[in-house]
Design a protein around this ligand. Structure first.
Ligand code: ZN
Ligand code: ZN
Length: 369
């Protein structure tokens, strides 16, 4: 089997949520746990329960049950109920619009992935608010070219997309060895212009140390998408997880949604890379003194739990000087993360100004002597 698994061209089963009164399509109503008809305005509540973010699935037993550790890429072939067109969804996408008639189509996750999302964080902010956040962000960028700022004031096509994230819990027990550095002052004798002088200098005394630190991690988030720039999705860390709802495909109606592409074991590896930063901080604090060196760290992970969550992002990109700059906006908080160009003209101008100020200052002081 190739890396890119091609399903036979038989259309897959899917959901298309339609209005009970007029038959038109239903979209998730942002900020509400309901669907709303885009034609007659009828409202249909989503039968949902709020999700307990402190619950988790056991990691070890789930990994043992996995048929394969890493998921394969997939394109779903879909036949639209409304217009009858057959087409392929973009890679690893399980919710999108019909490209011919715009109907919302959601393919059940279990058709291609063993683990389904446990929870979804519904969109809280609308496209206009997301665009406003983006414009504010770009206006506030230092050293951005003016032509970019003008470009950013225009409207950009922006897409509501659910990105899967793994959330890991773990109790960690780490034993370490290292060194504690303590400052001390001592006098040294130096010869200046043929004369002996004594001076006070600060030195560091190093002592070997070892110890143990433990920590309880909750909801360490790891993006499970490889189609979105990992740098952007990893930096998006501020989520209000208590607003999560139990997974229900109705929340996806009107958005794009991705299947996870980073498997559970690899996701856990990535979460360890995040946890170790906190663990090293705890070790430095445990070592104390004025300076710390860490030589070895051995960590045991216990009671490891995970959940798969769909996070709401408004996703877009702009083209500037033939280069694509991507940006994402948190669909819950409006926080913006983006790639950005720098204006070297502005940076050089600032450096020259600083040099001129320092130069002027030095010249002034010389004049005083
Ligand atoms: Zn209707
Ligand atoms: Zn269609």
């Amino acid at each position: 089997m190739t890396q890119e698994e091609s399903l036979d061209k038989k259309p897959v089963e899917h959901f298309q949520f339609q209005c009970k009164s007029c038959g038109f399509e239903l979209d998730h109503e942002i900020g509400q746990n309901s669907l709303v008809c885009q034609s007659c305005g009828a409202v249909e509540p989503i039968d949902t329960e709020s999700f307990n973010v402190f619950s988790a699935n056991p990691y070890d037993s789930t990994v043992l049950d996995l048929v394969r550790n890493e998921p394969t890429d997939v394109h779903f072939h879909v036949r639209c109920d409304t217009c009858g067109a057959g087409f392929d969804f973009p890679k690893n996408t399980h919710a999108d619009e019909c490209p011919y008639c715009g109907q919302n189509i959601i393919v059940p996750v279990n058709l291609q992935r063993q683990l389904k999302p446990d929870a979804v964080l519904p969109f809280d902010i609308k496209e206009e608010q997301a665009n406003a956040s983006f414009r504010k962000w770009i206006k506030g960028l230092w050293f951005a070219p003016n032509s970019l700022k003008r470009l950013a004031m225009r409207k950009h096509p922006i897409q509501g997309t659910y990105i899967p994230y793994w959330a890991f819990d773990a109790d960690t027990y780490s034993s370490y060895t290292g060194q504690r550095g303590t400052n001390y002052t001592t006098t040294v004798t130096v010869r200046v212009n043929g004369q002996t002088q004594t001076r006070l200098v600060t030195k560091i005394r190093w002592n070997y140390v070892s110890g143990n630190v433990s920590n309880e991690f909750d909801n360490v988030l790891v993006p499970a998408s490889e189609m979105m720039a990992t740098k952007l999705t990893t930096s998006m860390t501020k989520w209000n997880l208590v607003k999560a709802e139990e997974y229900n495909p109705k929340f996806l109606s009107g958005y794009r949604s991705e299947l996870y592409q980073v498997g559970l074991p690899r996701g856990f590896q990535k979460s360890k890379d995040i946890m170790i930063r906190t663990i090293r901080r705890l070790i430095r604090r445990d070592i104390g003194g004025d300076h710390q060196r860490i030589s070895t760290v051995n960590t045991r992970y216990e009671r490891v739990g995970f959940k798969l969550m769909l996070m709401p992002l408004w996703v877009s990109a702009f083209l500037y000087k033939q280069k694509t700059f991507r940006f994402i906006i948190n669909g819950q908080t409006g926080e913006v993360k983006g790639e950005r160009p720098y204006s070297w003209v502005k940076i050089t101008a600032l450096i020259l100004t600083i040099v001129a100020i320092i130069g002027g200052f030095v010249a002034h002081n010389k004049g005083m002597i």
